[in-house]
Design a protein around this ligand. Structure first.
Ligand code: C5P
Length: 239
């Protein structure tokens, strides 16, 4: 493996969206060597708990715990402290939880000092303009993403989750430091499913994304290893 292939893998997170540890383990045995990060989300964590995080760590990947916390500041702070003990590298909270919640999450992670980076979810990649309007937000997704991203970074949060469509704007406004994570990645021609603000692996990297999250385009492919390798090759070309 060349250095540039290794660097490309570090930019790819595979979403372990599986119903059981056994199914996640089988997929990871094949796909794990192709990716730098595994993402444990609600489906697997609610079923298997900390064992799901350990599975990712034992496979040699960083673990992204995608629990999208959204609660009062004291509860989120205490949940962040618990997440730190699991050994995760990233943990998501919702940016719309507000300044005190964001600050509390960031401070709790710094205090625990386990290397956990808090990622604030801006506007879910499954939401378009109309979905946002239905929640009472009349601004465009791009405006709301920028507002929540600025709120999060102003309150000490080190990373943000947004779509490929906004990542260039965030990189330009916020500079090189924030970790910018982009789900909703779809190789050209892939099924979008429930995602509305999508982009290609190449588009994500060229616009300044730090980490690309991919679930179904790998999980549901006829050959998941080949799908992961193709995405990695596209990342490598764009780097
Ligand atoms: O299957 P797909 O590639 O669409 O999966 C995207 C993954 O990223 C899912 O696990 C989803 O929960 C997660 N995610 C997202 N949008 C966000 C944050 C996380 O799609 N804003």
């Amino acid at each position: 493996m060349t250095d540039s292939t290794a660097r490309s893998r570090e930019r790819l997170a595979f979403a372990l969206d599986f119903p059981s540890l056994g199914a996640a383990k089988d997929a990871l045995a094949r796909v794990g060597p192709e990716v730098g990060v595994t993402k444990v989300g609600l489906e697997l964590f609610l079923r298997e708990g900390p064992a799901a995080v350990r599975l990712g760590i034992d496979s040699g990947t960083d673990v992204f715990l995608d629990l999208k916390l959204h609660d009062i500041p004291a509860t989120v702070e205490r949940a962040v402290r618990s997440a730190c003990q699991l050994g995760a590298r990233y943990l998501t909270v919702h940016g719309c939880g507000g300044p005190a919640m964001l600050e509390g999450a960031a401070k709790a992670a710094v205090a625990e000092n386990t290397g956990l980076t808090i990622l604030a979810v801006t506007v879910l990649t499954s939401m378009g303009q109309e979905d946002l309007a239905a929640t009472g937000v009349s601004d465009s997704p791009a405006e709301q993403v920028l507002r929540l991203a600025t709120l999060a970074t102003d309150n000490g949060v080190g990373g943000l989750v947004c779509s490929v469509q906004e990542v260039g704007q965030l990189r330009e406004s916020l500079g090189p430091n924030p970790v910018l994570v982009t789900p909703g990645i779809r190789p050209a021609g892939a099924d979008v499913g429930d995602q509305k603000r999508t982009g290609t692996p190449r588009g994500a990297i060229e616009s300044g994304s730090s980490l690309l999250v991919v679930g179904r385009p790998i999980r549901d492919a006829d050959d998941p290893v080949a799908a992961a390798r193709a995405i990695c090759a596209e990342i490598e070309l764009a780097l």
